[in-house]
Design a protein around this ligand. Structure first.
Ligand code: 6GU
Length: 224
C-alpha cells in the first residue's frame, strides 16, 4: 500500500512512522508513506496556501489551486483508490472503515487546517471525508497518523502474529476479554482458574462470555 499525505506541517507526522510496528511495515516495504509539503504548491513569493472566505467570517480557507495542483500531479503518476480529506466534519473513523481501506492500493490523505478547504476541492478530488472523533484538533495531521496506523497494522505481514489483528477489540463487534500473564497470583489476586485449566474449549467459551459481559458494561451501544 502507498499513502501520500498532503499537509502544511508534514514534519509533525514523521515520528509515528519511524518507530516500532509502523517503522517495520515501512522498512519491509509493506507500506510506503510519502509526505508532500502543500506550501511547495503555494502561490506567489509567499507560497500562499490560504485566503479569507468569500462572504466574510472568521478564519482562513485553504485555497483550491495549491491543493488541486498537488493532487493532480500525484494523479498523473498513479491511480488512487481514495482521496481522503481529514476533517472533524467527516465520517467518524471506526474499525470497519479501517478494514475497508486496508484493502486499497493507493491512498491520498489531505490534512485540513484553518477553517477548512475551498468547497470546489470536494467536487474535483475528495472521495471520502474522515474524522477521528467528536472533538477539534489544531489540524488533520494527528488524525492522518491515527488513520494510517489503523490501516497499516492490518496489512498482511505487519503484525507478527497474523491472528492478533483478527482478535482485536471491535474486530468481532465486541471488546476484548480480560487477559493475564505470570505470575498466577499477585498480591493475593489470582488469575481465573479456568485460564489455568488447559481446557481450550471451556477457555474459548469463557473468553467469549467475558467479552460480551465487558461490552455490555462499558459499551452497551455496541450490542444494539
Ligand atoms: Cl480529521 N481534524 C481536525 N482538525 N480535528 C479533528 C479531526 C480531524 N478528527 C477529529 N477532530
Amino acid at each position: 500500500m502507498r499513502i501520500d499525505i498532503i499537509s502544511v506541517l508534514p514534519e509533525l507526522m514523521a515520528s509515528p512512522f519511524q518507530t516500532s510496528i509502523l517503522k517495520r511495515a515501512v522498512d519491509k516495504g509493506v507500506a510506503e508513506v510519502h509526505f508532500h509539503q502543500l506550501r511547495d504548491f503555494g502561490l506567489g513569493k509567499h507560497r500562499q496556501v490560504d485566503d479569507e472566505p468569500y462572504g466574510g467570517g472568521a478564519g482562513m480557507v485553504m485555497m483550491v489551486e495549491p491543493i488541486d495542483k498537488c493532487i493532480s500531479e500525484l494523479k498523473t503518476q498513479r491511480t488512487y483508490d481514495e482521496v481522503i480529506y481529514l476533517t472533524p466534519d467527516g465520517q467518524t473513523l471506526n474499525q470497519k472503515i479501517a478494514n475497508t481501506l486496508s484493502l486499497k492500493k493507493n491512498l491520498i490523505f489531505l490534512c485540513g487546517h484553518y477553517k477548512g478547504i475551498d468547497q470546489r476541492l470536494r467536487e474535483l478530488h475528495i472521495t471520502k471525508e474522515i474524522s477521528i472523533g467528536d472533538y477539534v484538533l489544531t489540524g488533520g495531521e494527528l488524525a492522518a497518523c491515527v488513520l494510517a496506523d489503523a490501516v497499516i497494522r492490518l496489512l498482511p505481514g505487519v503484525l507478527n502474529d497474523e491472528q492478533s489483528a483478527l482478535t482485536d477489540s471491535f474486530q468481532d463487534d465486541l471488546l476484548s476479554p480480560p487477559i493475564y500473564t505470570r505470575p498466577a497470583t499477585y498480591r493475593g489476586l489470582s488469575v481465573p482458574e479456568i485460564l489455568l485449566s488447559g481446557n481450550s474449549k471451556k477457555i474459548e467459551d469463557w473468553l467469549h462470555e467475558q467479552a460480551v459481559k465487558i461490552t455490555a458494561e462499558k459499551r452497551p451501544d455496541m450490542l444494539q
